[in-house]
Design a protein around this ligand. Structure first.
Ligand SMILES: Cc1cc2nc3c(=O)[nH]c(=O)nc-3n(C[C@H](O)[C@H](O)[C@H](O)COP(=O)(O)OP(=O)(O)OC[C@H]3O[C@@H](n4cnc5c(N)ncnc54)[C@H](O)[C@@H]3O)c2cc1C
Length: 500
């Protein structure tokens, strides 16, 4: 096998996982990354004594990460430390209601949240439903590299498919079938965040996300999530993967209907048996394969990008004890919030805000007495709504006003250092399609939750990994896409453990 060579374009989690799995199987692998470090959106910055995770902050399904190390006969524990987070989420509502989702699947809330024993029962019934959705997906989607409904039907009884996947429903339909408490329903709907989609448009199958979080836990990496990338970097080095940083691939070269190599911006060329693109498939077809417009534009509707985000990274010189590690500050009208982003392409005027305060688990991220706060409302990708820097700055003010009004007193006065990332910054840094932060949107009508295919529809020996292809976005799924694609290349069904 040592004479087989793979070139991987992009060192995001999908690219890294594919590179590790192929190298562990004996291939010679070269990994090209346009930025100065590996990890892609899993990224880090340090400013004035504060450490910021620029991208992800929530780790679920740690076993998927562990599978990358297992492929190489290693134990992830020797490379990456993960600790559990509890409560999982703390939710603040504009009328003062407050609700915690705890790691043991209990709920805690103040009097305004009107939680009763009945709500526990509703959540339990919902959980069983979510477990069924997970069991379905695990069988046909996580453990198999399915890319279409036809692939799924090869391994699932068609008479049971609609029922077992709750195919006719949206996430919101599924949530409201079980949960009547409006605060709890809004909270469960917000799991759509994990795939950058709207619960009113995403297929109900994505209600499996809450099951996954409770069953396999919500995790943190002390020192910041970039520790995952550092652990993977060690593994790549041990496996002998050649890593080229600051090396942009400007051309995937094709000959006789197959991918034959890559050319870098400095003119260097590399030949390969297989090219794996962690660059999303639409930008790859458009920008580095130079395909005519009729080959990629029709894909834009079915595989519309997921949402983008306006990300504020704040280093503050105080601490807010009311915060948990992961917090949500809800909109007065969660449905309008989602519709403005996903249907109207507007910046939300009263956004639901995801706020991460990782200092609750890890005080080392900030100078004594201070903490790191990441503020992340979802906003439209650049294809849906082109907004000016002035509009993004106005949204920043709306966010800070809302957080101050909902209890983060004098937040502005306490900011020591601040970075603001707009969709344009995200597009430029990672070349994600239209500045999306979670690859392709999950939409029942457009794609039934399926993302792009892992094998190119136009060229042999060209494969895709990452958030734009199945099984989809979010760190664990991006990692799994890399493993599944490696399996396709190797012609094997790999062992890709999902749970615990
Ligand atoms: C702000 C934010 C918050 C998030 N929160 C979470 C979270 O809490 N939990 C979670 O699980 N997920 C979260 N995500 C999503 C998660 O980060 C992504 O789904 C996942 O990391 C994407 O991995 P990927 O394999 O698609 O690669 P990407 O991270 O997209 O990396 C692709 C890499 O390819 C490189 N590249 C592209 N084109 C070229 C080229 N031509 N030549 C060379 N290199 C190229 C890019 O520079 C980049 O490094 C978040 C993302 C963001 C941005």
């Amino acid at each position: 096998m040592a004479d087989k060579r793979a070139l991987v374009v992009g060192a995001g989690l999908g690219g890294i996982s594919a590179a590790c799995a192929l190298a562990a199987a004996g291939w010679q692998v070269s990994l090209f990354e346009k930025n100065d470090k590996i990890g892609g959106k899993l990224n880090i910055a340090q400013e004035e004594g504060y450490t910021f995770d620029l991208g992800p902050s929530i780790v679920t399904m740690p076993a998927v990460f562990g599978a990358v190390f297992q492929r190489a006969g290693r134990d992830m524990k020797d490379y990456v430390t993960m600790t559990t987070v509890d409560p999982h989420w703390r939710c603040f509502f504009p009328d003062g209601a407050q609700l915690d989702l705890n790691a043991d699947r209990s709920l805690a809330g103040n009097a305004k949240a009107h939680l009763t024993v009945d709500e526990d029962g509703q959540l339990d019934a919902f959980y069983r439903y979510a477990e069924g959705l997970y069991a379905f997906s695990n069988k046909v989607y996580f453990k198999k590299p399915s890319d279409t409904l036809q692939d799924v039907l090869l391994s699932y009884n068609p008479l049971k498919l609609n029922h077992d996947s709750d195919r006719a429903s949206t996430m919101d339909d599924g949530v409201r079938r079980y949960i009547r408490n409006p605060y709890l329903a809004a909270t469960m709907n917000f799991f759509a965040k994990y795939v950058g989609s709207s619960p009113y448009d995403a297929p109900a199958i994505l209600n499996l996300l809450s099951y996954v979080q409770w069953e396999f836990g919500l995790w943190y990496v002390p020192g910041g999530l970039y520790g995952i990338a550092q652990g993977l970097r060690r593994l790549l080095d041990e496996l002998g993967v050649d890593i080229y940083l600051n090396s942009e691939v400007t051309k995937i070269q094709t000959e006789q209907g197959r991918a034959a190599g890559v050319r870098l911006s400095d003119g260097r060329r590399f030949a390969a048996d297989v090219v794996v693109s962690n660059m999303e498939f639409i930008p790859a077809y458009r920008d580095v394969l130079g395909e005519p417009v009729d080959r990629w534009q029709p894909l834009e509707e079915q595989f519309e990008p997921a949402c983008s985000g306006l990300v504020l990274h704040l280093g503050v010189d105080t601490q807010y004890p009311q915060l948990a590690h992961h917090n949500f500050f809800f909109s007065r009208h969660p449905d309008k919030h989602f519709h403005s982003i996903f249907r109207e392409g507007q910046l939300p005027t009263d956004p639901t805000i995801y706020l991460v305060a990782p200092g609750k688990s890890d005080p080392s991220l900030a100078p004594a007495g201070g903490e790191v706060i990441k503020v992340l409302p979802h906003i439209p990708h650049l294809g849906r709504g082109l907004h000016s820097d002035k509009e993004y700055r106005e949204l920043r003010d709306i966010l800070l006003d809302k957080l101050e009004a909902m209890g983060l007193t004098d937040l502005r006065q306490h900011i020591v250092t601040e970075m603001m990332w707009t969709p344009k910054n995200i597009e430029e840094l990672y070349y994600s399609n239209r500045g999306a932060i979670y690859g392709v949107v999950s939409d029942r009508d457009k794609n039934l939750g399926f993302k792009g295919a892992k094998k190119s529809r136009y060229y042999d020996d060209l494969f895709f990994v990452g958030g734009s292809v199945n099984p989809g976005p979010g760190m664990p799924m991006a990692v799994l896409s890399g493993l599944q694609t490696a399996d396709l290349i190797l012609g094997q069904v790999g062992a890709n453990p999902i749970g615990t």
